[in-house]
Design a protein around this ligand. Sequence first.
Ligand SMILES: Nc1ncnc2c1ncn2[C@@H]1O[C@H](COP(=O)(O)OP(=O)(O)OP(=O)(O)O)[C@@H](O)[C@H]1O
Ligand SMILES: [Mg+2]
Length: 312
Amino acid sequence: MENKAFYNIESDGQEQYIVVGNRRFFLNTDVDNFPVSELDVLGRDDKVREVLSAISGTYPFNPLIVGHPGVGKTTFVSYLAHSLGKNLFVITGQKNKEESEFGYFILPPDPSHPYFDFRLSKLGTALITGSWIYVDDLPKLSGSCLDILIPVTDHRRKLELLDNGLSLRAHPDFRFIASCNTGEEKLLQPHIKSRLKPVIHFKNLDISVLDEIIRKEFRNSQAKTERAIACFWGWWFEKHTHDEDLPTPREVIQVFNYAFNLTAHDQDQPKNGQNGKHLHGFSQESVHIPPIVDNENLKHSMNLFLNGYDQN
Ligand SMILES: Nc1ncnc2c1ncn2[C@@H]1O[C@H](COP(=O)(O)OP(=O)(O)OP(=O)(O)O)[C@@H](O)[C@H]1O
Ligand SMILES: [Mg+2]
């Protein structure tokens, strides 16, 4: 029986592991640390407060972040983990995820020593090393995978997947954060739903913050970018009322990126009678063209990425 609060991490010179009885559990090295800075997460100060309050203290909660795809959930969690110096492991919720992806994988036997060897999952590794786990799109997981998360996310804070009664207890610094798309939190069974609290809604960012995101992403050509931003909202509100959801940060970045690419591509075309030196749109020079956006290209891009902005 393993009842320690956390484990002694050993190394064989190459890899780290813990020993539990006659088993060695090698740590998962598939860490998902992204160097995300404050500048990459604009307009979310209130959410920093809410999420940090949820995960602080001796008995941390397991917040569920709810928001539309592209609203900035993963970026936000990566930012928090990075700024607090925590290792982050990300699991993507998919129906076909095997239970072993939450526990351990069996490794081939090594006759040179008496142990049975296993590779811990991201969850197992985060749990014993005091790292963070972020389960993206959690409701998509199968019932059996969700069941594994039950003792992980309540007062027990342990992984009980191992046979012979062995279980792994969480390091005090272990944190569990999950996310789901808007509306899907309602699909969760009550037993898991009651453990994933508080539910923190990520609404779309205000226009002024979305403008800041565009300016930051495309900072090389300010005057032209300002004109493009004005056109973008002009066209947006021809199709939407002010009460409707705004586009997500991902959508605005996609629209502007593609519009800039179209414009750069147009500028890179060889003039009549000249041979093009490069494959259009992929020349070295096009990389150095300051990003400017042609308004027709912007509208075309809105049509492709947001639908319904026909060029007429
Ligand atoms: N607050 C923000 N400030 C600046 N950029 C942001 C912000 N939120 C999101 N972004 C940008 O928007 C894009 C999408 O964000 P992200 O991938 O985090 O969304 P998500 O909610 O995790 O989406 P999904 O549900 O599809 O996983 C990223 O390029 C990110 O950099
Ligand atoms: Mg995400």
